[in-house]
Design a protein around this ligand. Sequence first.
Ligand SMILES: Cc1ncc(COP(=O)(O)O)c(C=O)c1O
Length: 395
Amino acid sequence: MTKDEFETLLVHGACGTDEAAGALTVPIYQTTTYRQGELGVEPPFDYSRSANPTRDVLERQIALLEEGTHGYAFSSGMAAITALFCLFETGDEILIPRDLYGGSYRLLDEHFKNFGLTWRIADTQDEQSLGSSFSSRTKALLLETPTNPLLRVSDIEAVSRVAHAHGAIVIADNTFMSPYLQRPLVLGADIVVHSATKYIGGHNDVLAGLVALKDEKLGERFRAVQKSTGGVLGPFDSYLLLRGLKTLALRMDRETENAAAIAEWLSCREGVDRVYYPGLESDPGYRVQSKQASGAGGLLSFDLNEAYPVKAFFRALSLFTPAESLGSVESMACHPFTMSHASIPPEVKAEMGISERLVRLAIGIESVSSLKEDLDNAFASARAEVSQAAARAVI
Ligand SMILES: Cc1ncc(COP(=O)(O)O)c(C=O)c1O
């Protein structure tokens, strides 16, 4: 699908025209149940856990946007991932990257482990050695690219080829890219999952998860899982996501443009030891990212130099809100060590490359000059705090 086709699909796609009143906006069908007709004739909608007309439009829309055949909407990204893990059986194994989203790791390690679904870490950046990670029990590989918070990139096409050769499916968590920048199903993945709470919703006002897949048999099996587990998205939240999707291209273009400018600016700025952003030519993930995605997105991280106290830096931020989430129109700053990755033991964090000096920025749509000004001010305040402390020590 071309960029032009995708952009038009975002606005129209599955939305169509409302048959009942001709409404331009998809109506919110705030109902749990539906009048049934002739006994024994299956109606299109019977109970909203199985299907709801507003959710149905959203589910068809995500399938279209990811170039899949089936779409499913859940009440959160984790509800979607929980339902995906329900596709597996006792004795099955899932391969995961080292820096998998902490919530997905916790779900496997603290809950599904109890039902005999096991996990193992694999290096998805090294396709040469990846094959040796598979066993006869490996049924899936859960991929995230780029990863959070170090923006490490894996080659979806190459990883999918290796997984398929070992009889496993690939589940790609496409949260950080959205279908606008990257479409894993086209690159070989079997299932795509999103925390739609992030870029798809885009306004920090809805918690949601979306799944798209392209295999008829797997799609129907998953429909049954969705109905049985029941963590579905409500009609109003489905409407909010449909609304958010209409501006996805505009938002992501602006966020990517802002992030690229800030990454360039930070990489030659005093006070920054290293920038992690696969849109920078110097980044190890640049080549693969440029091949498989049409942009590097709005997320970047950097190591703050030790001459700049991290707490003082965060305290001085004003436009950047210190917050856990990302993907919204507002810029946010996260300290992975104490926030998003707080529950991971320090030695594991060290192994993963997540130091106390790491700062993650989720770039919004504000003017890039005001964002730089805010960061400049935070660098200056952090530095001033050190000078004041030194002066006090002398006195
Ligand atoms: C990559 C990724 N996947 C899944 C999730 C879980 O999504 P949610 O918070 O919508 O349940 C998150 C949340 O931050 C995430 O970053």
